[in-house]
Ligand binder design. Structure first.
Ligand SMILES: [Ca+2]
Length: 176
């Protein structure tokens, strides 16, 4: 009889644990974005998106291709396939070196957590396409218990391969 009670108790604990799991996941910082006319969770978007543009915390739009981004945004010039794809007024990071792969770009002032955009420890090249007076674009490596190292890109500065300075797949936040 004692053994049977113990079995029931374990089963109840197991049930509670399973029920609690989705609630814990929901507390993870997420960002909703507009992608192909729908509002979806940022963590799901990179499966098919190529460019995500952060205009503000509440306005993030993603595009399936560079061509779609340029057409939708009314940019007259076609893609160059390099750092110049980063539009005027934005700080951009790319998943690959030489400005290849997925691009995430920021316009509004402040510090932005890259984990919100599923881009933490992913940036391999970057460009600060902001005119003088707008200030620097920073890549920030978050450290516990000591100051966060920063990689600064001045106005119109680009880096084709962050590995050369030890910053490949390292940025946790960006500052703009
Ligand atoms: Ca990091």
């Amino acid at each position: 009889m004692i053994r049977r009670l113990a079995t029931i108790a374990v089963a109840v604990v197991g049930g509670v644990t399973l029920t609690a799991t989705p609630a814990v996941q929901a507390q993870t910082a997420t960002q909703t974005v507009t992608f192909q006319g729908r509002t979806i969770d940022m963590s799901r978007v990179w499966a098919t998106a190529q460019v995500c543009s952060v205009e503000s915390a509440s306005q993030v739009t993603c595009f399936a291709s560079e061509a779609e981004y340029r057409r939708t945004s009314g940019l007259s010039r076609g893609s160059t396939g390099d750092y110049r794809d980063c539009p005027d007024g934005y700080g951009c990071i790319w998943q690959g070196a030489n400005f290849q792969g997925r691009r995430l770009q920021f316009k509004d002032k402040g510090t932005h957590s890259l984990s919100k955009y599923s881009f933490r420890d992913q940036a391999s090249s970057a460009f600060n396409n902001r005119s003088p007076g707008h200030g620097a674009f920073y890549l920030i490596d978050q450290k516990a218990g000591r100051p966060d190292p920063r990689y600064m890109l001045g106005t119109w500065q680009y880096v084709s391969n962050l590995a050369k300075s030890g910053w490949n797949d390292r940025a946790d936040k960006v500052g703009i």
